[in-house]
Ligand binder design. Structure first.
Ligand code: NAI
Length: 778
C-alpha cells in the first residue's frame, strides 16, 4: 500500500495485543478454578466452561458454588470481619492502597484477561475498565483513612453478599468491594458466570496486598449460587447489579430479613440532542454512548431523541460514522466494537430486534467477522415512543431514535420510561441544558458528554433502575450503619375502655386529603380511648381508596418539589409557631392518650420543626472533584411522594420527626397516624391548615397499619414507603414494594430514639443524589 493510498482510505492494519501472558496465567492456575475462601483457593468442584466469545474457545473451567461453598465463605467472612474493622482506618487504607498499586502493576494482565473473557475491545479494558477499577481502590483507601474522623457515628454493617454482572466484570467488583472493605466490612462476592476470570485474578491480588483471610471471598457460579448468597442468613447487606427482573426477585427474596439492600438495575437511557448542539461532538458521544462495550452498558444512551429540524442530517451523519466503526477481534487495538459476551446474549439481542417491524433499520456497513459472537452496530429510526424497542432494554449495540420539537417534549419523551438510570443531553446553550437537566428523571445526567464515571461521583438510578448509589460519600451509606444499637420495639396496643360518650362535643375526626378534611371512603370509624380508658374521640378508618385519593392529592402537589428551600423553611417555622400557640391543648391531648409527658413532647416537636426548617436550605448537595474535564454536581433531589406509617410511641413528636425532614427536602407525604394514638395527628392537620402549607403536600390518614402499609407498598405512584410502626410490617412492605422497586425504609421491629433521632438519616432517605456532569474549566 502506498502512502497516498493510506491517506486516501485512512485504512490501517491490525495491531493485536498479545494474549500470551493472560493465557499462561490461566494455565498456571491449572485452567480449572475453585473458589477463593478464607484467603485460599479451594479445589475445583463441579465446573462449567468459560469461553472467549470472540472465538468460542474454552478459556477455563469454573466451579459452580454449592450451598456448602457459600456457607464456608460466609463463615470465613463472619470470622474475619471484627478483626478487619478493628484494625482501624489507617490499616485498612494501606491494604486498599496496596490493592490499587497491584492493579496498576498488573494492568496489562487484567486488561487482556478481561477482553478474552468478556469480548470487549482491549482499548476499553485497558483505558477504561482497569484504570477506573484502580481509581476506585485509591479513592476508597482515602475513605478508609478518614472514616474515623469524618463518619464518627458510623460503623461497618458486617458481612456483605454481593452479586455482579458480566458487562464490566472487574470494575463492578471494584465498585462493590472497595467501599465495603474500606468501611470495615467483609464480603462474599459472586462474579457473573460468563466472566469470572478477573475476579479470580483479583483474589490472587488480595493475597499479595495483605488482605486478611476471610475479608474478601469470591464464589463463582450462576444465578442459583447468586440466590444462595443474597438470601444467606449471614449476609447483613446485599448489593446487586444486573437485570431489573433479578433485582425484583432479590427484593422479594430478602424481604423482612433485616438486610440492607442496594440494587443497580437496567435502563433505557435517553440521549437528547438539541438543534444547537455541537453535532460532531454529539455524534462522537453517541459512539461512546451506545457502541461502547457493544451497548452492554446499563446506562447506555440507547434512546436517541433528536430535535426535528436537524434529525435528518443528524441521522445521515450518524450512519456515515457508524459505517466507519471497526468490528472484530477485541484484542486488536484498532477495534471499536468487540464481541457480545455470550451466544445467549446475542440471541436475546437478535430476537428483540427481529421481532420489531416498525421504523427503518440501518446496520453499519462495516466488515463483520466471519465467526464469533458479533452483532453489527444498528440504528432504528422513526420509532414511536410506545414501540417495544423504545421501552425494552436491548443491552446490545442497537440505538433507537425518535424526534421532538420543543424542550418540554424532549423531557416528556426522555421520562417516558419505567427506568431512570442515566440521561445525556447536548446543547451549546447553557441555560437550556441546565434547565432540562433537573427535569430528567435519572440518577445521572451528562451534559455535553456521556458515559463518564468516577469513584468520587455517585452512580445509581431511580424508578425501576433500582436504589442506592455507588461512589462518592453517598455510596458509603450503603456500607455503614449507625453505631447505636437500637432496642426492640414492643407493639403498642390501642387503649380500651367503655364506649360511653366523649366529653364535650362528640366528633369523628376525618382524614386529611389534598388540604381538606375528607370522610373515609368506607364510612367506618373507631373510638379512641385514653390511657385510663376514657373515650376521647373517634377517627375514621381509611381503606385502599383513601390511600389512592391521598396519593393522587400528593401527586398533584408537585410544585412543592420545585419550591425553594427558603420557602419550605418559612412554612416549617410557621407550623412550629402555630403548634406553639396551641401547645397546652396538644399537651393535654397527649397526656390523655398516652399518659406520657405531653408538654415535653410538644416542646420537642417544636424543636424538631425548627431543626427541619434549618436544614431545608442547607442540604442541596455538593460538587465532586473528578479527574476528567468538567465537574460533577451531586444534587440532592426530593425522593418524591413518600408514604409513611408514623410511630406509635410518640404520636406527635414521631409524626413531626417523619414529616419534617421529608417536606423540608421537597417531598409530599401520605402519613398514616399512630394507630393506637391518632388524635394528635388529626388535631395537627388543623395546624397545617393555618400554616400556608399547600394542600396535598401532607395528607394524613388514620386506620390500621397492617392494612394500609401493604396497600402503600404496592401503590405504583408512591416513590417510597417508610415504616416506624410498632406493628412490624417490614417484611410485607419490602416484599410488596418490589412491583415498582420503590425505596423502603423499615424499622425491622427496632425502636427509634425520637428524642434524638439521626436527622441525617432522615434527610438522606428524603433525598436522592442526582449526579450532573457539566463542562467546567479547562
Ligand atoms: P442477570 O441479572 O441474570 O445476571 C446478573 C448477575 O446476577 C449474575 O451474576 C447472575 O449469576 C446473578 N443472578 C441471576 N439470578 C440471580 C438470582 N435469582 N439471585 C441472585 N443472583 C442472580 O443478567 P443476565 O441474565 O446475565 O442478563 C439478562 C439481561 O439483564 C441483559 O440482557 C440485560 O438486559 C440485563 N443486564 C443488565 C445489567 C445492568 O448492569 N443493568 C447487567 C447485566 C444484565
Amino acid at each position: 500500500m502506498t502512502v497516498k493510498e493510506i491517506f486516501d482510505t485512512m485504512d490501517y492494519g491490525p495491531a493485536p495485543e498479545s494474549a500470551e501472558d493472560a493465557l499462561a496465567w490461566i494455565v498456571d492456575q491449572g485452567a480449572s478454578f475453585g473458589h477463593f475462601i478464607d484467603g485460599a483457593f479451594t479445589e475445583p468442584g463441579e465446573t462449567f466452561e468459560s469461553r472467549n466469545p470472540a472465538t468460542g474457545e474454552i478459556l477455563a473451567n469454573i466451579s459452580r458454588g454449592t450451598q456448602a461453598d457459600v456457607d464456608a465463605a460466609f463463615a470465613a467472612a463472619r470470622k474475619a470481619q471484627p478483626g478487619w474493622e478493628g484494625s482501624g482506618g489507617h490499616a485498612r487504607a494501606r491494604v486498599l492502597y496496596a490493592i490499587a498499586r497491584l492493579l496498576q502493576k498488573n494492568a496489562r494482565l487484567f486488561a487482556v484477561l478481561e477482553t478474552l473473557d468478556n469480548g470487549k475491545p482491549i482499548r476499553e479494558s485497558r483505558d477504561i475498565d482497569i484504570p477506573l477499577a484502580q481509581r476506585h481502590f485509591y479513592y476508597h483507601a482515602g475513605m478508609a483513612q478518614i472514616m474515623e474522623t469524618e463518619l464518627p457515628d458510623r460503623r461497618a454493617i458486617g458481612v456483605c453478599g454481593q452479586v455482579i454482572p458480566w458487562n464490566f466484570p472487574l470494575l463492578m467488583l471494584a465498585w462493590k468491594i472497595a467501599p465495603a472493605i474500606a468501611m470495615g466490612n467483609s464480603v462474599v462476592l459472586k462474579p457473573a458466570e460468563y466472566t469470572s476470570l478477573t475476579a479470580l485474578l483479583f483474589a490472587d491480588i488480595c493475597r499479595q496486598a495483605g488482605v486478611p483471610p476471610g475479608v474478601v471471598n469470591i464464589i463463582t457460579g450462576d444465578g442459583a449460587t447468586g440466590e444462595m448468597i443474597v438470601t444467606h442468613d449471614e449476609a447483613d447487606k446485599v448489593a446487586f447489579t444486573g437485570s431489573t427482573e433479578v433485582g425484583r426477585r432479590i427484593r422479594r427474596a430478602t424481604a423482612g430479613q433485616g438486610k440492607a439492600l442496594t440494587l443497580e438495575l437496567g435502563g433505557k437511557s435517553p440521549y437528547i440532542v438539541f438543534d444547537d448542539a455541537d453535532i460532531d461532538s454529539a455524534i462522537e458521544g453517541l459512539v461512546d454512548a451506545i457502541w461502547f462495550n457493544q451497548g452492554q452498558v446499563c446506562c447506555a444512551g440507547s434512546r436517541l431523541i433528536v430535535q426535528e429540524g436537524i434529525a435528518e442530517s443528524f441521522h445521515t451523519r450518524l450512519k456515515a460514522r457508524m459505517d466507519k466503526l471497526r468490528v472484530g477481534d477485541p484484542l486488536d487495538k484498532c477495534i471499536d466494537v468487540g464481541a457480545i459476551v455470550d451466544p445467549v446474549q446475542l440471541d436475546t439481542i437478535t430476537r428483540l430486534v427481529d421481532a420489531n417491524t416498525a421504523g427503518e433499520v440501518h446496520r453499519a456497513a462495516c466488515d463483520m467477522p466471519a465467526s464469533g459472537c458479533f452483532y453489527p452496530p444498528t440504528l432504528i429510526t422513526g420509532l414511536d415512543p410506545a414501540d417495544p424497542l423504545m421501552q425494552e432494554e436491548i443491552f446490545g449495540p442497537v440505538l433507537v431514535s425518535t424526534t421532538f420539537r420543543t424542550p418540554a417534549e424532549a423531557v416528556s419523551l426522555a421520562n417516558n420510561t419505567r427506568y431512570g438510570l442515566a440521561a445525556t443531553l447536548w446543547s451549546e446553550n447553557v441555560n437550556l441544558a441546565l434547565d432540562v437537566a433537573p427535569k430528567l428523571k435519572a440518577g445521572v445526567v451528562w451534559v455535553n458528554g456521556t458515559n463518564m464515571f468516577d469513584a468520587a461521583a455517585g452512580f445509581g438510578g431511580v424508578r425501576e433502575s433500582g436504589f442506592g448509589r455507588e461512589g462518592g460519600w453517598e455510596g458509603l451509606t450503603a456500607y455503614t450503619a449507625p453505631k447505636d444499637s437500637p432496642e426492640t420495639l414492643a407493639p403498642r396496643e390501642a387503649e380500651t375502655g367503655e364506649n360511653g360518650p366523649v366529653e364535650g362535643l362528640d366528633r369523628t375526626a376525618k382524614l386529611y386529603v389534598g388540604g381538606k378534611q375528607a370522610r373515609p371512603d368506607g364510612g367506618y370509624s373507631r373510638t379512641i380511648h385514653g390511657h385510663d380508658g376514657t373515650p376521647l374521640g373517634h377517627v375514621g378508618l381509611a381503606n385502599r381508596k383513601d390511600v389512592r385519593n391521598a396519593v393522587e392529592a400528593a401527586q398533584a402537589a408537585g410544585a412543592w418539589a420545585k419550591s425553594t428551600g427558603h420557602l419550605r423553611a418559612q412554612i416549617l417555622y410557621y407550623i412550629a409557631e402555630n403548634l406553639s400557640a396551641r401547645a397546652s391543648e396538644f399537651a393535654a391531648r397527649l397526656d390523655a392518650m398516652t399518659g406520657q409527658d405531653g408538654a415535653q413532647e410538644v416542646l420537642a416537636a417544636i424543636d424538631r420543626l425548627f431543626t427541619c426548617a434549618a436544614w431545608a436550605d442547607k442540604y442541596g448537595g455538593d460538587v465532586r472533584a473528578v479527574p476528567i474535564r468538567g465537574t460533577a454536581l451531586a444534587m440532592r433531589e426530593p425522593t418524591g411522594v413518600i408514604g409513611a406509617l408514623c410511630p406509635d410511641e410518640a404520636p406527635l413528636l414521631g409524626l413531626v420527626s417523619v414529616m419534617g425532614p421529608a417536606i423540608a427536602m421537597g417531598n409530599r407525604m401520605v402519613l398514616v397516624a399512630s394507630e393506637p394514638h391518632p388524635l394528635a395527628a388529626t388535631d395537627f392537620y388543623q395546624v397545617l391548615d393555618t400554616s400556608d402549607l399547600p394542600g396535598g403536600v401532607v395528607n394524613i390518614l388514620t386506620g390500621s397499619h397492617a392494612e394500609l402499609g401493604p396497600v402503600m407498598a404496592k401503590h405504583l405512584d408512591l416513590d417510597a414507603v417508610w415504616s416506624f410502626s410498632s406493628t412490624d410490617l417490614s417484611a410485607v412492605i419490602e416484599r410488596e414494594s418490589a412491583g415498582n422497586l420503590k425505596r423502603t425504609w423499615v424499622n425491622n421491629g427496632k425502636a427509634t430514639d425520637w428524642a434524638r433521632p439521626d436527622i441525617h438519616a432522615f434527610l438522606d432517605a428524603a433525598t436522592e443524589v442526582k449526579t450532573v456532569w457539566i463542562p467546567y474549566g479547562e
